[in-house]
Design a protein around this ligand. Structure first.
Ligand code: SF4
Length: 417
């Protein structure tokens, strides 16, 4: 039997793609050591420049085993030429051509960069958490984004197969289901929008069992197109009061240069409506520091937005120039300036997040225990998805009442009562 070795990098979508490819290759044997393999596959990520450098180094290392080499993932989709310059003998599979993995591995196809929607919905189990990608690609076209070059088209997975995947994860003991995608709120637009995200969430919550649903990242413009139904489903008992709504910048001119489809006033309006209609809602976001066009004044607008919105969690990233993206051809901000601004923004994020967490100290809260923590601890999530490190090794999947003893900017610490 042919032996296949697969190494996977990047986000849950990429992990899901590896699962789909493994499912399609179920007549092969998967090995954990590239030396034992007949075929070596690396499923790459390309989100940041330093990630690309890491991938290129790893591809050079894997070549040395002298086996059939297959390079999959976003680097293949966005920069096939770069890979060919390092490993001209390699076969490539784009993230939206994974259903052709057998033909590429068997040599019927030299490479596959585009293809049809995969018919199966993957689910990735991480402990007691079932991660279920509901769509691939997005409806946006942001100027800084290399993922768009790799995952060009929005492709929603059929609702039936999402439900099957959720059922499968629950049958495997999942107590938390994460519905993920690059833009979960864009779900169904490629199906004529007859079924949108709220219906997916509703049907998943109707499955039997005591579990929680976390809705993944979404763009503000798509969130606003489904806002009433979205509010209704977030209010359901089985759904975390949590929303991940990347704003990327606090300045309208920079948003235009990013080709983001909303203004800061519109963004604030969406967050205000969500927070008003969903008690305890935790809104988190992503912000890019140092995107081309970010003047000192624009940066100050981002800082003001952070102070006004008081996000509990922010994924802050320094702008990373990605080849073949439109932002890469714009005049760049010097690294020194980017780093200085990042330090200011990060310090503010820490201060705000700590002050939000401090409000929980001494309070009681109910948690769902979902992960094994460090040093014999257990991690649970509040109803609005704040991580709590609980003293002791407790059974995962149970609900527990906890007293919060201590807050840090990153999480809370407490003990069972
Ligand atoms: S919405 Fe924008 S940032 Fe997000 S994946 Fe699509 S193009 Fe990239």
């Amino acid at each position: 039997m042919q032996k296949v070795y697969i190494e996977t990098y990047g986000c849950t979508l990429n992990k899901g793609d590896t699962l789909i490819m493994k499912t399609l290759l179920k007549d092969r044997e998967f090995v954990d050591d590239p030396r034992e393999a007949d075929v070596i596959m690396i499923n790459t990520c390309a989100v940041r420049l330093e990630t690309e450098e890491r991938m290129k180094k790893r591809i050079s290392e894997l070549r040395k085993f002298g086996k059939k080499l297959v390079v999959a993932g976003c680097l293949s989709g966005a920069e096939p030429g770069t890979i060919m310059s390092i490993a001209p003998e390699a076969s490539l599979i784009g993230p939206q051509a994974i259903e052709k993995v057998k033909d590429v591995i068997d040599g019927n196809l030299r490479s596959a960069l585009t293809g049809e929607r995969a018919s199966i919905t993957p689910h990735v189990m991480e402990g007691k958490v079932g991660i279920i990608p509901i769509a691939d690609g997005c409806a946006g076209d942001c100027n800084f984004c290399i993922t768009k070059l790799a995952r060009r088209k929005l492709r929603s997975y059929p609702l039936r197969s999402i439900i099957d995947s959720a059922k499968f994860a629950l049958s495997k003991g999942a107590v938390e289901l994460e519905l993920t995608g690059q833009d979960t709120a864009a779900y169904g637009l490629d199906y004529g929008a007859s079924i949108r995200l709220p219906e997916v969430v509703r049907q998943v919550t109707e499955l039997d069992g005591d579990f929680m649903v976390r809705i993944g990242m979404m763009t503000p413009e798509q969130a606003s197109s489904i806002i009433d139904d979205l509010i209704e489903v977030i209010r359901l008992k089985k759904v975390y009061k949590f929303i991940h709504l990347p704003v990327q910048s606090g300045d309208d001119e920079v948003l235009k240069l990013m080709n983001r489809k909303y203004t800061i006033e519109e963004y604030k309006g969406i967050v205000k409506e969500l927070r008003t209609k969903v008690p305890f809602l935790n809104v988190t976001t992503d912000i890019i520091i140092g995107h081309p066009g970010e003047t000192e004044e624009a940066f100050e607008n981002t800082i003001s937005l952070m102070k006004e919105m008081r996000f509990e969690r922010i994924h802050l990233a320094i702008y990373s120039m990605r080849s073949n993206t439109r932002s890469a051809s714009m005049p760049q901000i010097p690294d020194k300036v980017k780093k200085q601004r990042m330090n200011v923004a990060y310090k503010l994020y820490e201060d705000i997040s700590l002050s939000i967490h401090k409000e929980y100290e001494g309070k009681m809260t109910s948690l769902l225990l979902t992960e094994v923590g460090k040093q014999g601890s257990t991690i649970g999530r509040t109803v609005n998805y704040i991580p709590v490190v609980v003293k002791g090794d407790h059974q995962l999947g149970r609900r527990a009442d906890v007293k919060i003893d201590e807050a840090s900017f990153f999480d809370l610490k407490g003990h069972l009562v």
